[in-house]
Design a protein around this ligand. Structure first.
Ligand SMILES: [Fe+2]
Ligand SMILES: [Fe+2]
Length: 141
């Protein structure tokens, strides 16, 4: 992800909204497959959701946390933001933890698909709250 885009509110918000919208589309598809009891297709869709979140949401998170990235820069400019940046980093960690749990569940012989849907919805909720918070705390108009 290009550095400058992350430092502009409109560009950064557009990245958040695009990745969140794509994740929501995946979850909508997964709910339909769960209702139809299409477990083979559902497992494939779960795998594709995991890869999507890793590539679009967690890679974005990694770039914000990297050395000289958005978070470090924000705290260097304003040390009062230290705690807030820790909270934002914890949000990223929660999404990383939930993705790891999804991988573990998906690798089981008896997969609990409802549990996987619950994790995927939780990731979307955390990501939405996190994105709005990050925009208001770190990115000025
Ligand atoms: Fe973030
Ligand atoms: Fe972000």
């Amino acid at each position: 992800m290009a550095g400058p885009a992350l430092r502009q509110l409109h560009a950064h918000r557009a990245i958040h909204d695009a990745s969140l919208g794509g994740a929501e589309d995946h979850v909508a598809d997964m709910k339909i497959l769960l209702n139809k009891l299409e477990h083979k297709e559902l497992a494939e869709e779960m795998q594709s959701f995991i890869e999507y979140v890793e590539q679009r949401i967690l890679t974005h998170a990694d770039s914000e946390e990297e050395d000289n990235g958005l978070y470090e820069e924000a705290v260097n400019k304003n040390p009062d933001l230290h705690d807030k940046v820790q909270h934002l980093t914890r949000d990223h960690d929660l999404m990383r933890i939930m993705i790891e749990r999804m991988k573990e569940e998906l690798a089981k012989d008896e997969v609990d698909f409802q549990k996987l849907i619950d994790y995927s919805v939780s990731i979307i909720i955390v990501d939405e709250i996190h994105s709005r918070d990050e925009e208001s705390v770190l990115l000025a108009e």
